[in-house]
Design a protein around this ligand. Structure first.
Ligand SMILES: [Zn+2]
Ligand SMILES: [Zn+2]
Length: 95
């Protein structure tokens, strides 16, 4: 049954942009460099910061909504349908 995981701010993690590989928590930068060199034949490291579902799968961005001074991004897990969101405060108005 799909669940609403609520705010995903604490579930953010890095993953490889080209292939979705997730570096283990203890991974040092050298391992990330090695992954790009071996798997992608490049030294150009590109990682995405994405929320991870309880099942371990990276969640997919499904939409955004702006409300007041905040923007909310909605995410969904493609495996079990769990949903959640990230709220981003927009820049302070400085007023
Ligand atoms: Zn990769
Ligand atoms: Zn999931």
């Amino acid at each position: 049954v799909a669940q609403n995981l609520g705010n995903l701010a604490r579930r953010m993690r890095l993953q490889c942009h080209p292939c979705g590989w997730v570096p283990p928590d203890a991974t040092v930068m050298q391992a990330v460099q090695l992954h790009f060199q071996v798997d992608h034949d490049t030294s150009d490291i590109r990682l995405d910061l994405v929320p991870a579902c309880r099942c371990g799968e990276a969640m997919t961005h499904t939409g955004s909504a702006a409300h007041g001074g905040e923007a909310t991004d909605f995410f969904r897990c493609g495996v079990d349908g769990n949903t959640g969101y990230i709220t981003r405060g927009t820049e302070p108005s400085g007023a």
